[in-house]
Design a protein around this ligand. Sequence first.
Ligand code: SAM
Length: 346
Amino acid sequence: MVGPSHGRQATSDDRSPVPLVDSLGRRLDYLRLSVTDRCNLHCRYCTPPRGSERTDRSTLLTWEEMEGLCEMFVASLGVNRIRITGGEPLIRRGLPDFLDRLRGRLPGTELLLTTNGTLLAENLDALARAGIHRLNLSIDSLRPAIYRAITGRDGLDRVLSALDLATGAGFAIKINVVVLAGVNDDEIPDFVEMTRDRPWSVRFIEPMPFHDARRAPSSWAQIDGDRVREIMERSYDLRSEPCPPSATAAAYRVPGFAGTVGIIYARSRRFCSGCSRLRVSAQGQLRTCLYGAPVLDLKTMIREGMTTAEMDAAVRRVVATRAPNGQEAETARSRAPLGSMASIGG
Ligand code: SAM
């Protein structure tokens, strides 16, 4: 069974994991685990139009179930990086203990966290103790009023001071900025400036029409990654930076700047050919493509007592039929809306 004490035994008798590879030869070794679908911000591009879905807690994976799953993905399926995300991961009670236990069980696995930063300062010590050294921090505006207009809450100062504390404590930081036409696109140069003296990596993300493409504001289509690049090039000399094949961002550096800037072509989906990601939602739904439907209900499999070997085989089966790219995954999903990034696990 995939459980806190049985996962290792039932996997592969201490044999090395057999890598998870899809029919196009893409190796899936990066798991994004959403630990909650709740968030303390209500970003207008993320929260569904009728407000955040309130899910019944019993429908969420327990910490123990998540530990067992992580162990299976690492020990049996060859995952070597796990990103903890949400919703806002730092709002789920028990996260520090979960991370400690995960670190104990998976000493060689890289653990990463994506957060909106509102609760980061008080969690930095716990994250460092769990061996997390790299953080993705979402900050969509550097102006308090715009930050509030996008997220529905004040608190930019708090997030910026957590950013400084985390940098001082030695965390490597990527800053995610969803670019919304007419809302924060005029701040692109200000974000580039953040990389002048600090080793941060600022990544501009194309907004994805998650809830229902037909109802997404039409302005979202007005700005894409190429337009972001043009805006940067008006003021800066951008030089390409090398990226690993599985990267989802094109990266650049302004000569002499300490950090880098990047563009995540999330809507244009230019990086599917190297995608190495698996996603598990807080309710245990596995996705092999952000744009696709869930392909396995891992929670039910665990609660029905499936062995790790059975689950390993089921995961390999769905990976074998993984869509070649996000466009095809979206078509195959038929016209059902995607839900929100918070419910899928961003
Ligand atoms: N709460 C955490 C945070 O804010 O970073 C983690 C979860 S959040 C869903 C992860 C990332 O997804 C954030 O950087 C957020 O801006 C991004 N995101 C959410 N909805 C999006 C959308 N519709 N298009 C593009 N990015 C989106």
